[in-house]
Write a protein that binds this ligand. Structure first.
Ligand code: MEZ
Length: 574
Protein backbone atom coordinates (compact mmCIF):
# COMPACT_ATOMS: atom_id res chain seq x y z
CA UNK A 1 0.00 0.00 0.00
CA UNK A 2 1.41 3.39 -0.85
CA UNK A 3 1.42 5.80 2.04
CA UNK A 4 2.12 3.29 4.77
CA UNK A 5 5.87 3.66 5.06
CA UNK A 6 5.75 5.38 8.41
CA UNK A 7 7.67 8.33 6.96
CA UNK A 8 5.79 10.78 9.14
CA UNK A 9 6.65 13.57 11.48
CA UNK A 10 5.15 16.45 13.37
CA UNK A 11 6.36 19.89 14.38
CA UNK A 12 5.11 22.10 17.18
CA UNK A 13 4.09 25.69 16.70
CA UNK A 14 3.50 28.32 19.37
CA UNK A 15 1.68 27.28 22.52
CA UNK A 16 -0.14 29.26 25.14
CA UNK A 17 -1.64 28.21 28.46
CA UNK A 18 -3.81 25.10 28.56
CA UNK A 19 -7.51 25.74 28.10
CA UNK A 20 -9.81 25.20 31.04
CA UNK A 21 -12.37 23.56 28.74
CA UNK A 22 -10.21 20.62 27.72
CA UNK A 23 -6.90 18.90 28.18
CA UNK A 24 -5.80 20.13 24.72
CA UNK A 25 -3.76 23.32 25.14
CA UNK A 26 -4.54 26.27 22.89
CA UNK A 27 -2.05 27.07 20.14
CA UNK A 28 -1.08 26.11 16.61
CA UNK A 29 0.36 22.69 15.85
CA UNK A 30 1.64 21.05 12.69
CA UNK A 31 0.85 17.38 12.13
CA UNK A 32 2.08 15.05 9.41
CA UNK A 33 1.15 11.67 8.01
CA UNK A 34 1.26 9.86 4.73
CA UNK A 35 -1.55 9.97 2.21
CA UNK A 36 -1.73 7.73 -0.84
CA UNK A 37 1.27 9.12 -2.69
CA UNK A 38 3.39 10.70 0.04
CA UNK A 39 3.45 13.24 2.86
CA UNK A 40 0.44 15.22 3.98
CA UNK A 41 0.94 18.14 6.36
CA UNK A 42 -1.72 20.17 8.20
CA UNK A 43 -1.67 23.08 10.63
CA UNK A 44 -4.28 22.79 13.38
CA UNK A 45 -5.30 25.76 15.53
CA UNK A 46 -6.77 24.96 18.94
CA UNK A 47 -8.88 27.45 20.81
CA UNK A 48 -10.78 26.74 24.02
CA UNK A 49 -9.69 23.11 23.78
CA UNK A 50 -11.38 22.65 20.41
CA UNK A 51 -10.22 22.64 16.81
CA UNK A 52 -10.84 26.18 15.54
CA UNK A 53 -9.09 25.91 12.18
CA UNK A 54 -7.23 23.43 9.99
CA UNK A 55 -5.03 24.51 7.09
CA UNK A 56 -3.55 22.16 4.52
CA UNK A 57 0.20 22.87 4.24
CA UNK A 58 1.32 20.02 1.98
CA UNK A 59 -0.42 17.35 -0.12
CA UNK A 60 1.58 14.92 -2.27
CA UNK A 61 -1.54 13.15 -3.51
CA UNK A 62 -3.06 14.22 -6.81
CA UNK A 63 -5.41 17.21 -7.01
CA UNK A 64 -8.11 14.61 -7.47
CA UNK A 65 -7.83 13.96 -3.69
CA UNK A 66 -8.44 17.57 -2.73
CA UNK A 67 -12.25 17.23 -2.26
CA UNK A 68 -11.71 14.38 0.24
CA UNK A 69 -9.16 16.47 2.14
CA UNK A 70 -11.52 19.44 2.24
CA UNK A 71 -14.38 17.23 3.46
CA UNK A 72 -12.32 15.89 6.38
CA UNK A 73 -11.00 19.37 7.26
CA UNK A 74 -14.55 20.77 7.28
CA UNK A 75 -15.72 17.90 9.49
CA UNK A 76 -12.88 18.55 11.96
CA UNK A 77 -13.67 22.26 12.08
CA UNK A 78 -17.40 21.77 12.56
CA UNK A 79 -17.00 19.00 15.18
CA UNK A 80 -14.12 20.79 16.90
CA UNK A 81 -12.45 17.42 17.52
CA UNK A 82 -10.32 14.88 15.70
CA UNK A 83 -12.60 12.06 16.90
CA UNK A 84 -15.02 10.21 14.63
CA UNK A 85 -13.99 11.90 11.40
CA UNK A 86 -15.64 10.09 8.54
CA UNK A 87 -13.48 8.58 5.78
CA UNK A 88 -14.62 9.76 2.35
CA UNK A 89 -15.97 7.03 0.07
CA UNK A 90 -13.55 6.24 -2.74
CA UNK A 91 -10.68 8.24 -1.23
CA UNK A 92 -9.98 6.22 1.86
CA UNK A 93 -6.16 6.40 1.87
CA UNK A 94 -6.09 10.16 1.46
CA UNK A 95 -8.92 10.53 3.99
CA UNK A 96 -7.15 8.31 6.52
CA UNK A 97 -3.95 10.27 5.89
CA UNK A 98 -5.50 13.64 6.59
CA UNK A 99 -7.27 12.27 9.68
CA UNK A 100 -3.91 10.87 10.91
CA UNK A 101 -2.21 14.23 10.27
CA UNK A 102 -4.88 16.08 12.30
CA UNK A 103 -4.58 13.44 15.06
CA UNK A 104 -0.79 13.83 14.98
CA UNK A 105 -1.13 17.58 15.52
CA UNK A 106 -3.52 16.97 18.45
CA UNK A 107 -1.16 14.34 19.93
CA UNK A 108 1.70 16.84 19.71
CA UNK A 109 -0.52 19.48 21.33
CA UNK A 110 -1.30 17.12 24.22
CA UNK A 111 2.36 16.19 24.61
CA UNK A 112 1.68 12.58 23.57
CA UNK A 113 3.79 12.70 20.39
CA UNK A 114 7.17 14.24 19.92
CA UNK A 115 7.60 16.98 17.36
CA UNK A 116 10.60 16.48 15.07
CA UNK A 117 12.56 19.22 16.81
CA UNK A 118 12.47 17.35 20.13
CA UNK A 119 13.32 13.86 18.87
CA UNK A 120 16.49 12.44 20.40
CA UNK A 121 19.52 12.98 18.20
CA UNK A 122 20.23 10.11 15.85
CA UNK A 123 23.02 8.62 17.98
CA UNK A 124 23.60 5.16 19.34
CA UNK A 125 21.97 4.60 22.70
CA UNK A 126 21.31 1.72 25.14
CA UNK A 127 18.20 0.18 26.65
CA UNK A 128 17.27 -2.94 28.61
CA UNK A 129 14.15 -3.59 26.55
CA UNK A 130 13.28 -2.31 23.07
CA UNK A 131 9.60 -2.68 22.18
CA UNK A 132 8.76 -2.47 18.47
CA UNK A 133 5.22 -1.10 18.09
CA UNK A 134 3.07 1.11 20.34
CA UNK A 135 -0.23 -0.73 19.89
CA UNK A 136 -2.01 -2.48 22.75
CA UNK A 137 0.55 -5.33 22.96
CA UNK A 138 3.60 -3.07 22.82
CA UNK A 139 2.21 -0.63 25.36
CA UNK A 140 1.30 -3.48 27.74
CA UNK A 141 4.82 -4.90 27.40
CA UNK A 142 6.45 -1.50 27.88
CA UNK A 143 4.36 -0.71 30.96
CA UNK A 144 5.08 -4.01 32.66
CA UNK A 145 8.82 -3.98 31.80
CA UNK A 146 9.20 -0.40 33.04
CA UNK A 147 7.22 -1.18 36.23
CA UNK A 148 9.80 -3.92 36.91
CA UNK A 149 12.61 -1.37 36.67
CA UNK A 150 13.87 -1.87 33.11
CA UNK A 151 14.95 1.00 30.86
CA UNK A 152 12.40 0.70 28.05
CA UNK A 153 12.26 2.41 24.64
CA UNK A 154 9.16 1.91 22.48
CA UNK A 155 9.59 2.53 18.75
CA UNK A 156 6.46 3.35 16.75
CA UNK A 157 6.66 3.92 13.00
CA UNK A 158 3.35 5.78 12.88
CA UNK A 159 2.80 9.33 14.20
CA UNK A 160 0.37 8.15 16.88
CA UNK A 161 0.08 5.27 19.34
CA UNK A 162 -2.52 2.53 19.25
CA UNK A 163 -2.35 0.74 15.90
CA UNK A 164 -5.40 -1.47 15.36
CA UNK A 165 -6.18 -1.26 19.08
CA UNK A 166 -7.52 2.24 18.39
CA UNK A 167 -10.35 0.58 16.42
CA UNK A 168 -11.10 -2.26 18.87
CA UNK A 169 -14.66 -1.74 20.00
CA UNK A 170 -16.52 -4.78 21.34
CA UNK A 171 -14.34 -5.56 24.35
CA UNK A 172 -11.82 -7.84 26.04
CA UNK A 173 -12.67 -11.50 26.72
CA UNK A 174 -11.72 -12.83 30.14
CA UNK A 175 -13.11 -15.52 32.43
CA UNK A 176 -13.48 -15.93 36.20
CA UNK A 177 -12.85 -12.19 36.64
CA UNK A 178 -13.54 -9.94 39.60
CA UNK A 179 -15.89 -7.91 37.38
CA UNK A 180 -17.93 -10.97 36.37
CA UNK A 181 -18.14 -11.99 40.04
CA UNK A 182 -19.50 -8.55 40.99
CA UNK A 183 -22.13 -8.79 38.23
CA UNK A 184 -23.10 -12.35 39.23
CA UNK A 185 -21.99 -13.79 35.85
CA UNK A 186 -21.23 -17.53 35.85
CA UNK A 187 -18.24 -18.39 33.66
CA UNK A 188 -15.25 -20.70 33.74
CA UNK A 189 -11.74 -20.86 32.31
CA UNK A 190 -12.65 -24.24 30.83
CA UNK A 191 -15.56 -22.73 28.92
CA UNK A 192 -13.40 -19.82 27.63
CA UNK A 193 -10.73 -22.34 26.52
CA UNK A 194 -13.28 -24.63 24.83
CA UNK A 195 -14.99 -21.74 23.00
CA UNK A 196 -11.65 -20.38 21.74
CA UNK A 197 -10.51 -23.79 20.46
CA UNK A 198 -13.88 -24.48 18.82
CA UNK A 199 -13.98 -21.01 17.22
CA UNK A 200 -10.46 -21.60 15.87
CA UNK A 201 -11.53 -24.97 14.41
CA UNK A 202 -9.18 -26.67 16.89
CA UNK A 203 -6.00 -25.79 15.00
CA UNK A 204 -5.01 -23.25 17.70
CA UNK A 205 -1.87 -23.95 19.76
CA UNK A 206 -3.49 -25.35 22.96
CA UNK A 207 -0.65 -24.12 25.20
CA UNK A 208 -1.08 -20.53 23.98
CA UNK A 209 -4.86 -20.66 24.41
CA UNK A 210 -4.37 -22.06 27.90
CA UNK A 211 -1.94 -19.23 28.78
CA UNK A 212 -4.34 -16.58 27.45
CA UNK A 213 -7.27 -17.99 29.40
CA UNK A 214 -5.46 -18.66 32.68
CA UNK A 215 -3.93 -15.17 32.75
CA UNK A 216 -7.02 -13.28 31.54
CA UNK A 217 -8.60 -12.49 34.93
CA UNK A 218 -5.32 -11.29 36.42
CA UNK A 219 -4.74 -9.09 33.36
CA UNK A 220 -8.18 -7.50 33.77
CA UNK A 221 -7.27 -6.67 37.38
CA UNK A 222 -3.92 -5.27 36.20
CA UNK A 223 -5.69 -3.01 33.69
CA UNK A 224 -8.24 -1.92 36.32
CA UNK A 225 -5.31 -1.07 38.59
CA UNK A 226 -3.83 1.10 35.84
CA UNK A 227 -7.11 3.03 35.68
CA UNK A 228 -9.05 1.23 32.94
CA UNK A 229 -12.84 0.98 33.01
CA UNK A 230 -13.93 -2.58 32.11
CA UNK A 231 -17.15 -2.67 34.08
CA UNK A 232 -19.67 -3.52 31.33
CA UNK A 233 -19.67 -7.21 30.38
CA UNK A 234 -21.46 -8.47 27.27
CA UNK A 235 -21.73 -11.63 25.19
CA UNK A 236 -20.18 -12.00 21.75
CA UNK A 237 -20.42 -14.52 18.94
CA UNK A 238 -18.92 -17.92 19.73
CA UNK A 239 -18.77 -17.28 23.49
CA UNK A 240 -20.89 -19.51 25.74
CA UNK A 241 -21.06 -16.90 28.51
CA UNK A 242 -20.93 -13.13 28.96
CA UNK A 243 -17.18 -12.42 29.19
CA UNK A 244 -16.51 -9.43 26.93
CA UNK A 245 -15.31 -6.60 29.21
CA UNK A 246 -15.64 -2.96 28.11
CA UNK A 247 -16.19 0.50 29.56
CA UNK A 248 -19.47 1.43 31.27
CA UNK A 249 -22.52 1.63 29.01
CA UNK A 250 -20.86 -0.45 26.29
CA UNK A 251 -18.44 2.24 25.08
CA UNK A 252 -15.62 1.29 22.71
CA UNK A 253 -12.75 -0.45 24.50
CA UNK A 254 -9.74 0.22 22.22
CA UNK A 255 -9.23 3.99 22.32
CA UNK A 256 -9.83 3.91 26.07
CA UNK A 257 -7.19 1.23 26.67
CA UNK A 258 -4.67 3.00 24.42
CA UNK A 259 -5.11 6.20 26.46
CA UNK A 260 -4.68 4.32 29.76
CA UNK A 261 -1.68 2.32 28.52
CA UNK A 262 0.18 5.28 26.95
CA UNK A 263 -0.17 7.14 30.24
CA UNK A 264 0.87 4.07 32.26
CA UNK A 265 3.89 3.40 30.06
CA UNK A 266 5.05 7.02 30.38
CA UNK A 267 4.28 7.16 34.12
CA UNK A 268 6.27 3.98 34.73
CA UNK A 269 9.29 5.47 32.95
CA UNK A 270 9.12 4.05 29.42
CA UNK A 271 10.00 6.33 26.52
CA UNK A 272 7.86 6.28 23.35
CA UNK A 273 9.48 7.44 20.10
CA UNK A 274 7.03 8.08 17.25
CA UNK A 275 7.80 8.22 13.52
CA UNK A 276 10.55 5.73 14.32
CA UNK A 277 10.68 2.65 12.13
CA UNK A 278 12.88 -0.33 13.02
CA UNK A 279 14.70 -1.38 9.87
CA UNK A 280 16.93 -4.13 11.33
CA UNK A 281 16.99 -6.26 14.46
CA UNK A 282 20.69 -6.54 15.31
CA UNK A 283 22.23 -9.97 15.78
CA UNK A 284 24.96 -10.72 18.33
CA UNK A 285 28.40 -10.93 16.78
CA UNK A 286 29.34 -14.15 18.64
CA UNK A 287 27.64 -16.36 16.06
CA UNK A 288 24.70 -17.33 18.30
CA UNK A 289 21.05 -16.69 17.42
CA UNK A 290 20.80 -13.80 19.88
CA UNK A 291 19.38 -10.28 19.49
CA UNK A 292 21.58 -7.30 20.27
CA UNK A 293 19.33 -4.29 19.62
CA UNK A 294 17.79 -2.51 16.64
CA UNK A 295 18.55 -0.05 13.86
CA UNK A 296 15.99 2.75 13.69
CA UNK A 297 15.00 5.09 10.89
CA UNK A 298 13.63 8.38 12.26
CA UNK A 299 12.96 11.75 10.65
CA UNK A 300 16.28 12.96 12.04
CA UNK A 301 18.34 10.08 10.71
CA UNK A 302 19.23 6.43 11.28
CA UNK A 303 20.66 5.21 14.58
CA UNK A 304 21.18 2.13 16.77
CA UNK A 305 19.73 1.13 20.11
CA UNK A 306 21.82 -1.59 21.75
CA UNK A 307 19.72 -3.84 23.96
CA UNK A 308 19.78 -7.46 25.20
CA UNK A 309 16.04 -7.90 24.64
CA UNK A 310 13.58 -6.94 21.92
CA UNK A 311 9.78 -7.32 22.07
CA UNK A 312 8.12 -7.62 18.66
CA UNK A 313 4.68 -6.03 18.86
CA UNK A 314 4.32 -4.84 15.30
CA UNK A 315 0.79 -6.14 14.70
CA UNK A 316 -0.53 -8.06 11.73
CA UNK A 317 -0.63 -7.53 7.97
CA UNK A 318 -4.30 -6.75 7.32
CA UNK A 319 -3.33 -3.58 5.40
CA UNK A 320 -0.87 -5.32 3.08
CA UNK A 321 -3.05 -6.41 0.12
CA UNK A 322 -0.18 -8.04 -1.79
CA UNK A 323 0.74 -10.30 1.12
CA UNK A 324 -2.92 -11.02 1.92
CA UNK A 325 -3.73 -12.05 -1.64
CA UNK A 326 -0.53 -14.05 -2.05
CA UNK A 327 -1.55 -16.14 0.96
CA UNK A 328 -5.31 -16.23 0.24
CA UNK A 329 -6.14 -15.34 -3.37
CA UNK A 330 -9.90 -15.20 -2.60
CA UNK A 331 -9.29 -11.92 -0.76
CA UNK A 332 -8.57 -10.00 -3.97
CA UNK A 333 -10.65 -6.81 -3.90
CA UNK A 334 -11.64 -7.04 -0.20
CA UNK A 335 -11.49 -3.92 1.96
CA UNK A 336 -9.85 -3.91 5.39
CA UNK A 337 -10.73 -2.63 8.85
CA UNK A 338 -7.01 -2.24 9.66
CA UNK A 339 -4.99 0.93 10.18
CA UNK A 340 -2.61 1.71 7.34
CA UNK A 341 0.50 0.68 9.32
CA UNK A 342 -0.58 -2.98 9.61
CA UNK A 343 1.77 -4.12 6.85
CA UNK A 344 3.55 -7.10 8.46
CA UNK A 345 7.00 -5.51 8.66
CA UNK A 346 8.09 -8.06 11.27
CA UNK A 347 8.44 -10.91 8.81
CA UNK A 348 11.38 -9.25 7.06
CA UNK A 349 12.88 -8.14 10.37
CA UNK A 350 13.06 -11.68 11.77
CA UNK A 351 14.44 -13.40 8.63
CA UNK A 352 18.09 -13.37 9.84
CA UNK A 353 17.00 -15.31 12.95
CA UNK A 354 15.28 -18.17 11.02
CA UNK A 355 12.09 -17.61 12.99
CA UNK A 356 9.27 -20.15 12.60
CA UNK A 357 5.97 -18.84 11.17
CA UNK A 358 2.61 -20.55 11.72
CA UNK A 359 -0.90 -20.34 10.22
CA UNK A 360 0.04 -17.56 7.79
CA UNK A 361 -2.85 -18.37 5.44
CA UNK A 362 -5.44 -18.03 8.24
CA UNK A 363 -6.95 -14.60 7.62
CA UNK A 364 -10.23 -13.45 9.10
CA UNK A 365 -12.89 -11.21 7.61
CA UNK A 366 -15.19 -9.27 9.92
CA UNK A 367 -18.77 -9.66 8.68
CA UNK A 368 -20.18 -6.25 9.58
CA UNK A 369 -18.08 -3.61 7.85
CA UNK A 370 -19.58 -0.65 5.95
CA UNK A 371 -18.59 -1.16 2.29
CA UNK A 372 -16.14 1.31 0.67
CA UNK A 373 -15.68 3.33 3.87
CA UNK A 374 -14.33 0.19 5.59
CA UNK A 375 -15.75 1.20 8.96
CA UNK A 376 -16.36 -1.73 11.29
CA UNK A 377 -19.68 -1.98 13.09
CA UNK A 378 -18.95 -3.80 16.32
CA UNK A 379 -20.20 -7.34 16.82
CA UNK A 380 -21.51 -6.09 20.17
CA UNK A 381 -24.49 -4.59 18.28
CA UNK A 382 -25.60 -8.13 17.44
CA UNK A 383 -24.64 -9.30 20.93
CA UNK A 384 -26.98 -6.65 22.34
CA UNK A 385 -29.88 -7.77 20.12
CA UNK A 386 -29.58 -6.67 16.47
CA UNK A 387 -30.57 -8.97 13.63
CA UNK A 388 -29.26 -9.26 10.06
CA UNK A 389 -31.57 -9.23 7.04
CA UNK A 390 -30.99 -9.53 3.32
CA UNK A 391 -32.42 -7.31 0.57
CA UNK A 392 -35.59 -9.42 0.63
CA UNK A 393 -36.14 -8.39 4.27
CA UNK A 394 -35.43 -11.90 5.62
CA UNK A 395 -33.04 -13.24 8.22
CA UNK A 396 -30.62 -15.81 6.77
CA UNK A 397 -28.41 -17.10 9.63
CA UNK A 398 -27.98 -16.99 13.38
CA UNK A 399 -26.50 -13.54 13.86
CA UNK A 400 -24.30 -14.95 16.63
CA UNK A 401 -22.46 -17.38 14.37
CA UNK A 402 -18.69 -17.00 14.27
CA UNK A 403 -17.15 -14.53 11.81
CA UNK A 404 -16.10 -17.10 9.22
CA UNK A 405 -19.63 -18.53 9.06
CA UNK A 406 -21.35 -15.12 9.09
CA UNK A 407 -19.04 -13.69 6.41
CA UNK A 408 -19.76 -16.63 4.06
CA UNK A 409 -23.50 -16.36 4.71
CA UNK A 410 -23.52 -12.64 3.77
CA UNK A 411 -21.62 -13.29 0.54
CA UNK A 412 -24.39 -15.71 -0.48
CA UNK A 413 -27.07 -12.98 -0.28
CA UNK A 414 -28.25 -10.81 -3.18
CA UNK A 415 -25.65 -8.07 -3.74
CA UNK A 416 -23.18 -9.86 -1.39
CA UNK A 417 -24.05 -7.49 1.48
CA UNK A 418 -26.77 -7.45 4.14
CA UNK A 419 -28.37 -5.06 6.62
CA UNK A 420 -27.71 -4.97 10.34
CA UNK A 421 -31.01 -3.89 11.87
CA UNK A 422 -32.01 -2.86 15.40
CA UNK A 423 -34.39 -0.70 17.40
CA UNK A 424 -33.99 2.17 19.82
CA UNK A 425 -33.69 -0.24 22.76
CA UNK A 426 -30.53 -1.77 21.30
CA UNK A 427 -29.17 1.72 20.57
CA UNK A 428 -29.69 2.73 24.19
CA UNK A 429 -27.92 -0.41 25.43
CA UNK A 430 -24.59 0.30 23.71
CA UNK A 431 -22.77 3.64 23.71
CA UNK A 432 -20.61 2.57 20.74
CA UNK A 433 -23.71 2.97 18.52
CA UNK A 434 -23.72 6.74 19.14
CA UNK A 435 -20.50 7.01 17.10
CA UNK A 436 -22.16 5.29 14.13
CA UNK A 437 -25.18 7.57 14.50
CA UNK A 438 -23.08 10.73 14.58
CA UNK A 439 -21.09 9.50 11.58
CA UNK A 440 -24.38 9.35 9.65
CA UNK A 441 -23.98 5.63 8.96
CA UNK A 442 -27.47 4.62 10.10
CA UNK A 443 -30.66 4.74 8.04
CA UNK A 444 -33.53 5.57 10.41
CA UNK A 445 -37.28 4.95 10.21
CA UNK A 446 -39.96 5.81 12.75
CA UNK A 447 -41.58 2.45 11.98
CA UNK A 448 -40.40 -0.81 10.45
CA UNK A 449 -42.38 -0.02 7.33
CA UNK A 450 -40.82 3.44 6.96
CA UNK A 451 -37.35 1.93 7.38
CA UNK A 452 -38.13 -0.73 4.75
CA UNK A 453 -39.22 2.03 2.34
CA UNK A 454 -35.95 3.89 2.82
CA UNK A 455 -33.94 0.69 2.26
CA UNK A 456 -35.97 -0.28 -0.84
CA UNK A 457 -37.01 -3.50 0.89
CA UNK A 458 -40.50 -5.16 0.83
CA UNK A 459 -42.18 -3.68 3.94
CA UNK A 460 -44.52 -6.63 4.56
CA UNK A 461 -41.61 -9.09 4.51
CA UNK A 462 -39.53 -6.99 6.92
CA UNK A 463 -42.49 -6.51 9.30
CA UNK A 464 -43.13 -10.26 9.31
CA UNK A 465 -39.43 -10.96 9.98
CA UNK A 466 -39.42 -8.66 13.00
CA UNK A 467 -42.73 -9.89 14.38
CA UNK A 468 -41.52 -13.49 14.07
CA UNK A 469 -38.16 -12.66 15.68
CA UNK A 470 -39.86 -10.87 18.58
CA UNK A 471 -41.93 -14.02 19.12
CA UNK A 472 -38.70 -16.05 19.32
CA UNK A 473 -37.32 -13.61 21.89
CA UNK A 474 -40.49 -14.03 23.98
CA UNK A 475 -40.29 -17.84 23.74
CA UNK A 476 -36.50 -17.98 24.29
CA UNK A 477 -35.96 -20.14 21.18
CA UNK A 478 -35.14 -19.47 17.52
CA UNK A 479 -36.38 -22.47 15.53
CA UNK A 480 -35.21 -20.90 12.25
CA UNK A 481 -31.50 -20.45 12.96
CA UNK A 482 -30.85 -21.63 16.52
CA UNK A 483 -29.89 -18.27 18.08
CA UNK A 484 -29.83 -19.09 21.78
CA UNK A 485 -32.13 -17.48 24.37
CA UNK A 486 -29.31 -15.52 26.04
CA UNK A 487 -28.22 -14.33 22.59
CA UNK A 488 -31.59 -12.60 22.12
CA UNK A 489 -31.44 -10.14 25.04
CA UNK A 490 -34.28 -7.85 23.86
CA UNK A 491 -37.11 -7.72 21.36
CA UNK A 492 -37.04 -5.17 18.54
CA UNK A 493 -40.19 -3.30 19.47
CA UNK A 494 -39.26 0.31 20.24
CA UNK A 495 -39.02 2.79 17.38
CA UNK A 496 -37.22 4.39 15.78
CA UNK A 497 -35.60 1.52 13.88
CA UNK A 498 -32.11 1.68 12.38
CA UNK A 499 -30.20 -0.20 9.68
CA UNK A 500 -26.75 -0.12 8.14
CA UNK A 501 -25.53 -2.00 5.07
CA UNK A 502 -22.58 -4.26 5.86
CA UNK A 503 -20.35 -6.89 4.30
CA UNK A 504 -17.13 -8.73 5.10
CA UNK A 505 -13.70 -7.03 5.08
CA UNK A 506 -10.26 -8.26 6.16
CA UNK A 507 -10.01 -7.88 9.94
CA UNK A 508 -7.43 -10.12 11.63
CA UNK A 509 -4.41 -12.07 10.44
CA UNK A 510 -4.22 -15.12 12.68
CA UNK A 511 -0.79 -16.26 11.45
CA UNK A 512 2.59 -15.00 12.56
CA UNK A 513 5.73 -15.84 14.50
CA UNK A 514 5.72 -18.94 16.69
CA UNK A 515 6.12 -18.33 20.41
CA UNK A 516 6.10 -20.27 23.67
CA UNK A 517 3.42 -19.47 26.30
CA UNK A 518 6.05 -17.21 27.89
CA UNK A 519 6.35 -15.27 24.59
CA UNK A 520 9.85 -16.47 23.61
CA UNK A 521 10.09 -16.44 19.80
CA UNK A 522 11.09 -19.85 18.37
CA UNK A 523 13.28 -20.59 15.38
CA UNK A 524 12.46 -23.23 12.78
CA UNK A 525 14.15 -25.90 14.96
CA UNK A 526 11.92 -25.02 17.91
CA UNK A 527 14.74 -23.28 19.82
CA UNK A 528 14.10 -19.84 21.38
CA UNK A 529 15.90 -16.91 19.74
CA UNK A 530 17.81 -15.51 22.72
CA UNK A 531 16.39 -12.15 23.83
CA UNK A 532 13.53 -12.05 21.31
CA UNK A 533 9.92 -11.95 22.55
CA UNK A 534 6.65 -11.31 20.71
CA UNK A 535 3.05 -10.49 21.57
CA UNK A 536 -0.17 -9.51 19.79
CA UNK A 537 -1.24 -9.92 16.19
CA UNK A 538 2.34 -10.51 14.98
CA UNK A 539 2.11 -13.92 16.72
CA UNK A 540 0.52 -16.98 15.12
CA UNK A 541 -1.28 -19.89 16.72
CA UNK A 542 -3.42 -18.28 19.42
CA UNK A 543 -6.60 -18.07 17.36
CA UNK A 544 -6.27 -20.97 14.94
CA UNK A 545 -8.48 -20.68 11.85
CA UNK A 546 -10.83 -18.02 13.22
CA UNK A 547 -10.53 -15.54 16.09
CA UNK A 548 -13.48 -14.97 18.39
CA UNK A 549 -14.65 -11.37 18.87
CA UNK A 550 -13.07 -9.99 22.04
CA UNK A 551 -10.09 -12.37 21.96
CA UNK A 552 -7.73 -9.89 20.25
CA UNK A 553 -7.78 -7.48 23.17
CA UNK A 554 -7.31 -10.44 25.54
CA UNK A 555 -4.38 -11.68 23.43
CA UNK A 556 -2.57 -8.32 23.21
CA UNK A 557 -2.89 -7.42 26.87
CA UNK A 558 -2.22 -10.89 28.35
CA UNK A 559 0.79 -11.69 26.15
CA UNK A 560 1.99 -8.07 26.05
CA UNK A 561 2.22 -8.05 29.83
CA UNK A 562 3.97 -11.45 29.88
CA UNK A 563 6.46 -10.31 27.20
CA UNK A 564 7.31 -7.20 29.21
CA UNK A 565 7.82 -9.29 32.33
CA UNK A 566 10.02 -11.86 30.56
CA UNK A 567 12.14 -9.30 28.70
CA UNK A 568 12.70 -7.14 31.78
CA UNK A 569 13.59 -10.14 33.94
CA UNK A 570 16.13 -11.38 31.39
CA UNK A 571 17.65 -7.95 30.75
CA UNK A 572 17.97 -7.11 34.44
CA UNK A 573 19.58 -10.48 35.22
CA UNK A 574 22.49 -9.84 32.81
O1 MEZ B 1 -12.33 -8.64 18.71
C1 MEZ B 1 -12.81 -7.98 17.77
O2 MEZ B 1 -12.33 -7.98 16.65
C2 MEZ B 1 -14.05 -7.23 18.00
C3 MEZ B 1 -14.66 -7.38 19.33
C4 MEZ B 1 -14.58 -6.51 17.03
C5 MEZ B 1 -15.90 -5.93 17.16
O3 MEZ B 1 -16.79 -6.38 16.44
O4 MEZ B 1 -16.11 -5.05 18.00
Amino acid sequence: IAGCSGKTSGTAGSTTSPSAASSIPDGTFTGEANGFAGPLKVQVSISGGKIADVKLLELSDSDFSRPAVDTIINQAKSKGTADALDVVAGASFTSKGVIAAIQNAIAIAKGEAAPVSSLPAAVTTNADVVVIGAGGAGLSAATQAALLGAKVIVLEKMPIAGGNTNYATGGLNASETSVQAKLGIQDSNQSFYDDTMKGGQNINDPALVDAMVINSAETVDWLLGLGADLTDVGKMAGSSNSRTHRPAGGAAVGGHLVEVLVQSALDSGAEIRYNSKVITILKAQDGTNTVAGVRVQAPNGTYLILAPTVVLATGGFGANPDLLVSLKPGLEGFGTTNHSGATGDAFDLVKPFSVALVDMEQIQTHPTVVPVQNLMITEAVRGNGAIMVNREGKRFNSEMATRDVMSSAILEQTGKTAYLLFDHGVRESLKAIETYYSQGLLTEGATVSELAGKLGMPAAALEETITTYNGYVANGADPDFGRKADEMPRSLATGPYYAVEVGPAVHHTMGGVKITPTTHVLDTSGVPVAGLFAAGEVVGGVHGANRLGGNAVADITVFGKIAGEQAATLALSQ
